[in-house]
Design a protein around this ligand. Sequence first.
Ligand code: ATP
Ligand code: MG
Length: 575
Amino acid sequence: MRWSQTLIPTLRETPAEAEIVSHKLLLRAGLIRKLTGGLYTFLPMGLRALRKVEQIVREEMDRAGALEVLMPALQPPDLWRQSGRYETAKDVLFKAQDRAQKEWVLGPTHEEVITALVAGEINSYRQLPKNFYQIQTKFRDEIRPRFGLMRAKEFIMKDAYSFDATDEAAQVSYGKMYEAYKRIFERCGLKTIAVEADTGVMGGKFSHEFMVPAETGENEVVLCQGCGYSANLEKATSRFPHSVLADSPSGPTEKFPTPDVTTIAGLAGPPYKVPASEQIKTLVYVVESKPVLILLRGDDQLNEAKLARALGATTFRPGEPEEIHAALGAHPGSLGAVGVARYPIYADERLRGALDMTTGANEDGFHLRNVAIGRDIQVSHWQDLRLVQDGELCHHCGQPLKIQRAIEVGHVFKLGVKYSLALHAFFLDEAGKQQPAIMGCYGIGVTRTLQAVIEQNNDANGILWPLSVAPCSVCVTPLSIAPGGKVMQLAERLYTQLTDDGVDVILDDRDERPGVKFKDSELVGFPLRLAIGEKSLAAGEVEIKPRAGVLMRVKTEEAMEKLMGLLGCGPARNP
Ligand code: ATP
Ligand code: MG
């Protein structure tokens, strides 16, 4: 590839639209261009890097025994009605109409389509296990597309779906994908952490997210330095002291006026000075149109994923102020559960046995002190409902936990039989009995992975591509391009030779000053630059500069061997 003939529109200035370093570099290095919010065009260099990530994914999926297919992006909404997701996923579904005003769905994922396929094609345990994958464009009506390829409306995903006859076999399929993912991200030069993730109603340990630690990540993961326990914040649990503040209650509950106080912080401030840890936070949620009370310690936050598991429900919402007033007789800020018997009360484990607590009196402008859990509040369900906080102790080993921001690049998930039941993917087992196939689904955000590689590998001058995914491995840089001159002759010869040897090479044949060429090749991040200048050539030398390493002068006739060595390709012919 010749630089003068391709399109690498590098930018000196950072476009205002980009907030994070990887997004800035994607634009500045001329890898992508924005069409409009959440939609991007891949330019030649960006596409080359993307294809390399895809190829690594493909090779590892093939190695793990998965079968590549390609499903339509356009899907009939009836399939989504059958699975129930026409409603539950409606927020992300892009819809389209054809000329007959018939509605279609643009696939955000493909569980429905693959399960319908398997329902038609597989009917015996002898045909299992099977794992189908594709690398394909997905569409999601994201509320907030941002950070370039990280959260786009249209993006490329590798999605795989496993079908097994037994639980044990499904576990094996899951394990294979987990291992394949580790290899994929390693080969892409990405450091990832596999964290336990929420399994929703499934339970068990069959959901892991592959996370790239990064301050700009939209997720938070909880890590134990001691035993290696790791989980995303939704799933994480910790060991914590209970709240008991005294051996026995100090006295009966006592109502006191708290005009203008409607927050935990307000009650913690003067003149009341009740520490948040000695307050009970009362939240009202609505589940199937009935109120449910949630109690947490004042300094804890509710983890909605844990609440969903505790309720065994996926659809619930915080109550509206009017609903809350109708249920408890007071507005948020003065709520409590003392003496409340009409509604289920879910309390976080940390409140177990808590005495001498302060909570709202269910009367606007009043609170109650000396509240004892058990004596004054009848908890109907004890659950772990809180978000883990930095520095709490690991429930496995007791060491402090750390919370770290991260980017989710992949997700492996055991689905069970939800889709096989809904879309009739049954098979006959050994005993001739009809069974639903046990499914797993496995996604990698291919375009997000590409950007995560940049987020993790860059310096002040630009991208530091790992060789495995660099758009080109070598940039041959003649410092004068006079046709027929010695410099250009050697540059052309090395370019041809590298190309013949299967190396991805770009020849910077632009009529630009050396400084411009060097800056651009560093910005785009080619792992090796071979510079040929008149002076050094007269001394029989060329310069090789690894992107992240020090400049080396090598004898002209040794240049090829040196380059191939650096590329890990073994000895090669000399020019
Ligand atoms: P997120 O929580 O980031 O919205 P998700 O959990 O909804 O992602 P999955 O359905 O698990 O995503 O999709 C598999 C992978 O696809 C994710 O791990 C992520 O890498 C990628 N992905 C999801 N949504 C987007 C998006 N809007 N833009 C780019 N990549 C995405
Ligand atoms: Mg996910």
